[in-house]
Each structure stands twice: as structure tokens, then as C-alpha cells.
Write a protein that binds this ligand. Structure first.
Ligand code: CP
Length: 312
């Protein structure tokens, strides 16, 4: 298909055809990272700005590596070392960045909607690398890529997403993405961490982990996002772990070939036991590996790399 979308803002706005095109492109680009010389000239002469207002390890580094593997120049700026600390607004900062003629701006921001705002204020393509509790499309897409790689399909699979659903932009975009591609999504977590009306996105809701995991093909565990919680939403970590932690015993209720996933960072011993996180069925580091190929695909598509498809 011809790629026409300028910004990657959330899973809600992507069509099934666009999601398939991104996943197929990422599959094709993955082998570049297996080469001894991990670089192709596809985005030579392009500039990618990584503008991160929140901490990140996986997303920031993988976008940076992705840009470099495609021969783009990448520049990272953090809010703490930018003129935002002197009072410059987000829009003024973005307009000043745009004045330096980058080809893509990748932004992570604590406020939901910040990437949407920028997409209306600047003409440079914007990729949302996570905005508040709203969306994290590149994470949902790499999750779909990883499941499709292992299971060979997405349609008809049963995915359980367990934990702090309320504060999770990953959960929201995974629900939208996986259901769009024909998977069944079940959510489980404490009532205090389950937003009212989340089932309207197409997932079923339970407060019982054992019910959610029963017959699951994929179990996606989520971290408790203490930094976003305004009040205590569970009695103790020990109690939370007993009710909503994934351990070997609980895993027996899922399918024997269940995939265990987690977007990271992990809180070992809270939402996931170390033996499960490091088990054979764990795809947690495969998600990170695929994150590079998936973000190469996003940069390639929005920066116009398709016009240079014969370069590699
Ligand atoms: N999964 C994820 O977004 O991780 P980082 O916060 O480390 O980027």
C-alpha cells in the first residue's frame, strides 16, 4: 500500500491496513539488526529529533538506534536540559525545533494530548512515544509484531492484560490494536485500577486474575505506576502480588504455550515473579529486540523512506 499518514499518534487512528503495513515493514527491516554492519542508507540525509519529557530506557534508545541503523541523524533532547526549564512553552520549543528543519519529531510527554497538539502546530511529522495515560502506539505495535512472530497470527488469539490498567497507556493502545486485528482481550486488575467504561474499547473486564488467564495465549503484565497514582490504590505490595502477581502456579491456568509479555520496566517480585520473567515462555526481551525494527519501520514510513525502498 502507499503510505499517506503523516503522524503516528495512537492506535485508534490507525486502520487495519496501516497496522498490517507497519508490521510487515518491521518484519522486513528486522534482519538489518542481525548483520555485522547494522546500517542501510535508506534515511541518509534525514534528521530525527527525540524530544523526551519523561524518563525512558527502551523507547528512547530504540528510536535512537532505529534512526542510526537507517543512516538518519538523531538528536536527543530532554526537558530537563532544554529551555523549557527557563519557561519556554512546549509549542514554542517545538516551533524552534521545526525551524531547524528536522524530518521527524519523536515526543514523549507526561500530558495526554501533547503530541496531538504539536501535530496541529508544526508541519514536521510527529511520532508519539507515550503521552501521559493516553497512548503509546509504538509499544502496542511492537507487542503485536512479537505476538504475530511467535503465534503466526493475531486474529482469534486470547490476550490477558493484567495490572494497573487505569494508568497504562500501553493497555489502552494494546486493547485498541489487538482487537482491531481480531484478537480477544481480557483485562484483570483491582477495581481501584480499572477505569470505568474501559470495556467500551472492546475488551472484557474481570477483577479475578485466574478468570482472565484461563486459556490465554498471551499474558501481558503491567507495572503499578506509582508515579501517576494520587492515592494508595492497594493495601500492600505483598497483597497486590498475591492477588495480581504472575507466578509459576498461576501460569498453569493459561495455555501450555502461553507467551509472557511485559512492556517494562519490571517490578520483579510484585507483578511478576523472577522465575516467570526469565522463563522459556517469556518474550519480554524479544519485545525489546522487535522495538528497534518496529521503530525503524515507523521512521521509514513517516520520513518518506518508501521512496528510497531500492536503497537496501
Ligand atoms: N515500555 C516503555 O515505554 O519503556 P521505557 O519507559 O523504558 O521507554
Amino acid at each position: 500500500m502507499m503510505w499517506n499518514r503523516k503522524h503516528i499518534l495512537d492506535m485508534e487512528s490507525l486502520s487495519v491496513e496501516e497496522i498490517s503495513a507497519i508490521l510487515d515493514t518491521a518484519d522486513g527491516l528486522k534482519e538489518i539488526s542481525e548483520r555485522s554492519i547494522k546500517k542501510v542508507p535508506t534515511l541518509r540525509g534525514k534528521t530525527v529529533v527525540l524530544f523526551f519529557h519523561e524518563p525512558s530506557t527502551r523507547t528512547r534508545v530504540s528510536f535512537d538506534i532505529a534512526a542510526k541503523r537507517l543512516s538518519a541523524d538523531s538528536i536527543s533532547i530532554a526537558a530537563s536540559s532544554s529551555s523549557i526549564v527557563k519557561g519556554e512553552t512546549l509549542i514554542d520549543t517545538a516551533r524552534n525545533l521545526e525551524a531547524m528543519k528536522p524530518d521527524v519529531i519523536v515526543i514523549r510527554h507526561a500530558s495526554a494530548g501533547a503530541p496531538f497538539l504539536l501535530s496541529r502546530k508544526v508541519s514536521t511529522p510527529i511520532i508519539n512515544a507515550g503521552d501521559g495515560m493516553h497512548a503509546h502506539p509504538s509499544q502496542a505495535l511492537l507487542d503485536m509484531m512479537t505476538v504475530r512472530e511467535v503465534k503466526g497470527r493475531l486474529a482469534g488469539l486470547r490476550l490477558a492484560i493484567v495490572g494497573d490498567i487505569s494508568h497504562s497507556r500501553v493497555a489502552r493502545d494494546d486493547i485498541l490494536g489487538f482487537t482491531k486485528m481480531g484478537a480477544e482481550v481480557r483485562l484483570a486488575g483491582p477495581p481501584t485500577m480499572m477505569p470505568a467504561g474501559i470495556d467500551a474499547l472492546g475488551a472484557s473486564v474481570t477483577y479475578d486474575f485466574d478468570e482472565a488467564i484461563d486459556g490465554a495465549d498471551v499474558v501481558m503484565m503491567l507495572r503499578i505506576q506509582k508515579e501517576r497514582q494520587r492515592s494508595f490504590l492497594f493495601p500492600t505490595e505483598r497483597e497486590y502480588s498475591r492477588r495480581y502477581g504472575l507466578n509459576i502456579e498461576r501460569l498453569k491456568k493459561a495455555k501450555p504455550d502461553v507467551m509472557i509479555m511485559h512492556p517494562g520496566p519490571l517490578n520483579r517480585g510484585v507483578e511478576i515473579s523472577p522465575d516467570v520473567a526469565d522463563s522459556m515462555g517469556s518474550a519480554i526481551l524479544d519485545q525489546v529486540t522487535n522495538g528497534v525494527a518496529l521503530r525503524m519501520a515507523l521512521l521509514y514510513l513517516v520520513a518518506g523512506g518508501m521512496r528510497h525502498a531500492d536503497d537496501h
